[in-house]
Write a protein that binds this ligand. Structure first.
Ligand code: MSP
Length: 510
């Protein structure tokens, strides 16, 4: 039986140009999607744009465009970003699509039927930039303006008729749900944060607005538009053709295996979303993984702070694999990470050009120049060959588990260490000195090195798909064999192999 894996990125607000924070969320999800495909899962990977609400209505107005025309334009930019980042998404959803409206209407109807929605009046703080309501104890006054202490965004006072979701009545059931599903929120620090927040008491949530029009209308009440977060979260269902629960996509992929999100949108995904779903009698997702922020200096990188590193400019200058590798290596699991051009360049040099790239280049050119591209291994491996293989086995032992906990950063450290050890083995074994006196031993060293390169390239494939595929192509490894079965001790390469030409993979930056 094939296992299914449904993974999502957040759907992005098309309120401006995409930046590194967006790229970061997307790349994490793509790496995990590719990893699962290589582990022989049937994967469905979704990304898209979140196009309703006041934030988008304001952005469209600022650009002098009708909201839909504005969204048509900017969502194309996000689609293009997905391509430029080498995302392997199976779908791109826009919340202005019909399929999405249908799903949101159905979810709303379910919540009405279950008695979880009632009409009242909202009086309180709202942040347009976060599209979030805040309690009075989460507000700080600076001069004449008020800000959320949680996000730092400015807030405004809102008083309007609104439908409410009975979130308060889900407090106990949510705590039971977290208790039963101890890996629903990762990392653990975020799980604790959410549990504490829920334990402190939940207030009913306003789920409709009447002071603007850009959104999905509440069924049978045109005065109200549905709160953009209730609308947006439903995208994860609409992409599977919900409400048709007999649809093949829905049956195969719901509940979602993993929502990848940033820590700023954790409450929506880890509190509101499972509460909406439980109330509507739909299974909640299996996991929400919350990553940290990309910082520039000590601040969150964001449009409003004007400290943006543009991912497209970085890709044009350094290459997409280079950016993907750097972000995954530099930022620790679930933590914030500072990025800069200087550390990007040093990472490219040390890990990609001098380590993995150099390993591939030196072995491929030696085999091509001295062995006519052909190598045959004999059975008598030396102690050094065996030691390298054993060290590699130790380093790869927990890699599947590490990735199943979304710890890409630790995974990469182990993989790049295998590459380092292989380079060291080659330096110590000096195959070039054996050319005239011990061809068999030389061939074994070269074959062992190529097998190591194959393993490392398969392991790096989810992170640097373009460069690793070039190496795997040059090793003439079929695409269906580029999977993790070697982790059970199976060789990847046959005893006798022929390699093809390999171009320079990574240029060293001076
Ligand atoms: N539209 C909502 C998501 C709805 S999902 C049902 C949204 N969009 S966003 O465009 O503002 O952000 C999308 C993702 O980018 C979020 O996961 C957010 O955490 C991430 N990032 C935005 N800026 C970031 C950084 N500076 N660093 C890392 N990620 C951050 O939220």
């Amino acid at each position: 039986m094939q296992n299914n894996f449904y993974i999502t990125t957040p759907i992005y607000y098309p309120s401006g140009q995409p930046h590194m924070g967006h790229a970061y969320s997307s790349i994490i999800a793509d790496v995990l999607a590719r990893f699962k495909r290589n582990a022989n899962y049937k994967v469905h990977f979704l990304t898209g744009t979140d196009e309703h609400g006041l934030k988008i209505q304001n952005a469209a107005k600022k650009n002098g465009l009708d909201p839909l025309i504005y969204c048509d334009k900017i969502s194309e930019i996000f689609k293009d970003l997905a391509k430029r980042l080498s995302l392997s998404n199976d779908d791109f959803i826009r919340t202005t699509e019909k399929r999405h409206h249908k799903a949101v209407n159905d979810l709303w109807d379910r919540l009405i039927k279950s008695g979880d929605i009632y009409l009242s009046k909202y009086k309180g703080w709202y942040s347009v930039s976060d599209e979030a309501y805040y309690n009075s104890d989460e507000i700080i006054k600076k001069g004449k303006k008020n800000f959320s202490t949680f996000s730092g965004s400015s807030v405004e006072w809102v008083e309007e008729e609104s439908f409410f979701f009975r979130l308060s009545s889900w407090e106990k059931k949510l705590l039971e749900f977290y208790d039963k599903n101890d890996k629903f929120i990762l990392p653990i620090s975020r799980r604790n944060e959410v549990i504490n927040f829920v334990r402190n008491g939940l207030k009913d949530l306003s789920v409709s607005r009447t002071s603007f029009t850009w959104g999905i209308k509440v069924p049978n009440n045109n005065k109200h538009v549905i709160y953009v977060w209730l609308d947006a979260l439903t995208n994860y269902l609409s992409a599977l053709n919900f409400p048709d629960t007999s649809d093949i996509l829905y049956k195969k992929f719901w509940p979602a295996s993993l929502h990848v999100i940033g820590k700023d949108i954790l409450r929506f995904h880890a509190i509101y979303w499972p509460a909406f779903l439980l109330a509507a009698d739909i299974k909640p997702p299996n996991r929400v993984f919350s990553h940290g922020w990309i910082l520039s200096g000590d601040e969150k990188m964001s449009k409003s702070k004007g400290n943006i590193l543009n991912p497209l400019e970085i890709i044009n200058k350094y290459g997409v694999d280079e950016l993907r590798y750097y972000l995954m290596k530099e930022v620790s699991h679930g933590r914030d990470g500072n990025i800069s051009l200087k550390s990007l360049e040093s990472c490219i040099n040390s890990d990609l050009a001098n380590n993995y790239g150099n390993l591939c280049q030196r072995i491929f050119s030696f085999v091509k120049n001295n062995c006519n591209g052909k190598i045959k291994k004999t059975e008598n491996l030396s102690e050094a060959d065996k030691k390298l293989i054993e060290q590699t086995n130790v380093l790869t032992r927990n890699l599947i588990e590490i990735m199943d906990n979304q710890n890409i950063n630790n995974y990469l450290k182990s993989v790049i260490n295998i590459s380092f050890l292989t380079n060291k083995y080659i330096n110590d074994e000096e195959p070039w000195k054996l050319k005239n006196n011990n061809i068999k031993k030389m061939n074994n060293i070269l074959h062992t090195s190529l097998e190591q390169i194959a393993k490392i390239s398969i392991l790096l494939n989810p992170i640097i798909p373009i460069s690793s595929s070039k190496v795997l192509d040059s090793l003439n490894i079929n695409s269906e064999d580029r999977n993790f079965t070697f982790l059970d001790g199976k060789d990847i390469l046959p005893n006798e192999i022929k390699i093809s030409e390999l171009d320079i993979l990574f240029k060293k930056l001076i």
